[in-house]
Ligand binder design. Structure first.
Ligand SMILES: [Zn+2]
Length: 409
């Protein structure tokens, strides 16, 4: 069977000593400095040359200037990566007529990425309770190796980060050879999810409905967070109390994020293992949040994040997440006879009887049934080579967007 290269990212807690912490903080600062200066150069040269070409200033150029000698203290590869970041951000933003933002010190990005070249980065094992990660400039940093590195994995780069609660982590990105996953061709079991404000998420099988009480801990922690944030706002910026309180607030944020991710990972794991394909509606969550002013609830239950987790877990098994087009009338259509009942548009209609065939429908269950039917329709069309559909590298099957359709024809 064919082997394919896959990227695996493993994150480990690290415990830098006091001097190493200072150097890490300096590196964050130098990366921000480099980003701002390189961006400035790019914007200036872009204006002069009218966007046709740009002068590609390198970090080395800034390092040569005597008053910038502080840049030599930190990892050179971290600074080199900032140049790539700036270039990437510029080509993306300039194309849209926008400019990337300068970084402010106050909300500094607390991470930097360095590359693995000539064994400059190594995991060093002394004994089970004593492991180190050798990093450029920092040398040996204590690391907790809670899991093993896959056999034959090749280290590509490492991201060092500090979380809002003041913990340090190293994310190690490896290239691993794996057997190619064969795509699933028979879709016997298809699940579908519909999104609903009242019960949050409803599933066609009924086994994976998520109700408000399933995530009620979230509200509780939010209240606690609000209290601590209020406290922080009364403290003097930059003071010792402020710093400690900021870490406390950060720790609550992290706890909420961790619990939510655990919950969504477990749920998506079960669903991806059990079904051959999963259907969701291709709704623009951001637009919906604004239009209906449900911003907070949408953010809370993480439906978008759930779809993301689901997509890559399905893909790993050769399965697909089907995003059914937003203009498919999943709510208004009778899943039995396909009659369209526009009266169901009103959000207050929870149950209805089909005027055509007399079937009694629960609003959400009917929508789920329709999404499931449409997903099976997509999967069959895809199997028959329908070119109006697209399967993304993320494992999402959907209708091609109109501008892509034109380009392809
Ligand atoms: Zn009907």
């Amino acid at each position: 069977m064919a082997q394919v290269k896959v990227i695996k990212c493993l994150q480990f807690r690290i415990y830098p000593d006091a001097a190493q912490q200072v150097l890490i903080w300096k590196t964050f600062g130098c990366c921000r400095w480099m980003w701002n200066h390189l961006l400035d150069e790019r914007i200036k040269s872009n204006k002069v040359l009218d966007g046709v070409k740009f002068k590609n200033t390198t970090p080395a150029h800034f390092k040569k200037i005597p008053e910038n000698s502080f840049l030599k203290e930190v990892d050179a590869l971290a600074l080199a990566n900032e140049q790539l970041n700036v270039n990437r951000a510029c080509s993306k933003c300039f194309a849209k007529g926008k400019t990337p933002k300068f970084r402010a010190k106050r909300n500094e990005r607390r991470s930097y990425t360095t590359n693995a070249v000539n064994n400059n980065i190594e995991l060093i094992h002394i004994r089970d309770t004593e492991n180190y990660l050798k990093l450029p400039k920092l040398r040996l940093v204590k690391i907790i190796r809670h899991r093993n590195i896959p056999d034959g994995a090749v280290l590509k780069h490492v991201t060092v980060k500090e979380t809002a609660s003041g913990k340090f982590f190293a994310a190690l990105t490896y290239e691993v050879m794996q057997e190619e996953v064969q795509p699933v061709t028979e879709f016997k079991d298809v699940e579908s999810f519909d999104y609903n404000m009242r019960d949050l998420v409803v599933s066609a099988s009924g086994r994976y409905d998520i109700q408000a009480e399933d995530i009620h801990w979230y509200r509780k922690m939010e209240q606690k967070l609000a209290k601590e944030e209020r406290r922080l706002s009364h403290m003097e910026y930059g003071s010792n109390h402020y710093r400690k309180q900021k870490h406390r607030v950060g720790a609550i944020h992290e706890k909420i994020a961790n619990r939510r991710n655990d919950f969504l990972h477990n749920l998506s794991r079960d669903v991806a293992d059990e079904f051959d394909a999963v259907a969701v509606e291709d709704i623009n969550l951001h637009g919906m949040a604004q239009a209906l002013n449900f911003g907070k609830s949408i953010h809370d239950n993480g439906f978008g994040r759930f779809r993301g987790f689901l997509a890559y877990k399905l893909k790993a098994q050769g399965k697909a997440l089907v995003k059914v087009s937003w203009n498919f009338p999943s709510t208004q259509r009778c899943s039995v006879c396909h009659h369209i009942n526009s009266k169901v548009k009103d959000l207050s209609v929870r149950e209805w009887v089909c005027p055509s065939c007399g079937a009694l429908h629960n609003r959400d269950k009917n929508a789920c049934a329709n999404l499931k039917q449409e997903a099976i329709n997509y999967l069959n069309r895809w199997a028959n080579g329908d070119s109006t559909l697209i399967l993304t590298p993320e494992g999402v099957l959907s209708v091609k967007k109109p501008h892509l359709l034109k380009g392809g024809e």
